[in-house]
Design a protein around this ligand. Structure first.
Ligand code: PHE
Length: 324
């Protein structure tokens, strides 16, 4: 039996030399490994050999079988299989490009806006998302009975803090920490208990701006916002300042841009209310300032024709890749 196995190995070795096509390889494979091939034939005979030879013969049989199988696989790699598919490595094919990440469209929008303001001397700063009532309301001249303080409009923690509902908190933090003059721009997340739909989210992004100096006027605010909105939406854009009310600015405006046949609200702004200067310990008889706040999602939606705010947060690559 051992002798027979040796002969099969030798003839297989010789025949392998002559294989030059997928077809002759397949014929070889059938001859040795096919159902009625030489090796299965030997395995059948294996059943009738004396038990004391089994260990040695069995090991030899398996060795030859594995050798023929791996030889066939190797040849197939060189020749291609009989269905014409080459399995070998083809160095002329283009490679598979690695996936590279990209910056989220909200972050791109934030960076674009803070870069525009940097050119006007505004430094980018950040503040905490978990805040005190003082920074989110009291110091911003928002009275105790104001509806925005209600738990329907603000998320409170059980330790008497809250998730900031506006980035105006950063006005307070920066004025507490520094002396005027100041020019800052503060991007970040804000939270409000709104029911999620196409235009609402319990979390979104704002950018706050604040300028404080001895002689800052409302016309400085107009000039800065005009420049900013023209850079963002093009020099042809029409801008409208509409009287409004915010507790922390006086006078206050909402700023609209012309959009289609109508107007679209873009941001809130105004001259810093003297009560805010009092709250942070600035001398209100010596300093003036303006502040503004805008929603980042809103700006990105308008500029890119995005119709549902939820797209920003769902990590759907079909959406994200459009801005890669
Ligand atoms: N904080 C205001 C808001 O969330 C926006 C604003 C900021 C208005 C600064 C005036 C000045 O609606």
């Amino acid at each position: 039996m051992i002798e027979e196995i040796r002969k099969i190995r030798e003839s297989a070795q010789a025949e392998l030399q002559g294989i030059d096509s997928p077809e002759s390889l397949e014929a070889f494979r059938l001859l040795y490994l096919g159902k009625k091939g030489r090796l299965p034939d030997l395995f059948k005979k294996f059943g009738s050999i004396p038990p004391e030879q089994r260990k040695e013969v069995g090991a030899e049989l398996n060795r030859v079988k594995e050798w023929i199988e791996s030889s066939v696989a190797e040849m197939r790699g060189k020749l291609g299989s009989s269905d014409g598919v080459r399995e070998s490595f083809d160095p002329t094919l283009p490679g598979i490009p690695p996936h590279s990440g990209s910056i989220h469209i909200l972050q791109q929008t934030i960076e674009e806006i803070t870069t525009l303001y940097a050119r006007m001397g505004f430094e980018t700063v950040e503040g905490p998302e978990i805040e005190t009532e003082f920074h989110n309301f009291t110091a911003l001249n928002i009275p105790l009975d104001h509806p925005s303080r209600d738990s329907f409009d603000t998320f409170y923690t059980d330790k008497g803090q809250l998730l900031r509902s506006q980035t105006s908190t950063v006005q307070i933090r920066i004025m507490q920490a520094r002396k005027p003059p100041l020019r800052i721009i503060a991007p970040g997340r804000v939270y409000r208990p709104d029911t999620v739909d196409a235009s609402h989210s319990f979390m979104f992004h704002q950018i706050e701006g604040l300028m404080v100096d001895e002689k800052v006027t409302f016309s400085d605010l107009k000039g800065v916002l005009h420049l900013f909105l023209r850079e963002l939406f093009g020099s042809e854009i029409k801008i409208r300042f509409r009287p409004h009310f915010f507790p922390f600015t006086e006078p206050s405006v909402e700023v609209d841009i012309q959009w289609g046949k109508g107007w679209m609200e873009i941001l809130g702004a105004g001259s810093v209310d003297p009560n805010v200067f009092d709250a942070v310990g600035y001398d209100k008889s010596r300093v003036r300032g303006f502040a503004f706040g805008l929603g980042v999602e809103r700006i990105a939606m308008i500029r890119h024709g995005i119709t549902d705010i939820r797209h920003f947060y769902e990590n759907d690559l079909r959406f994200l890749r459009q801005f890669a």
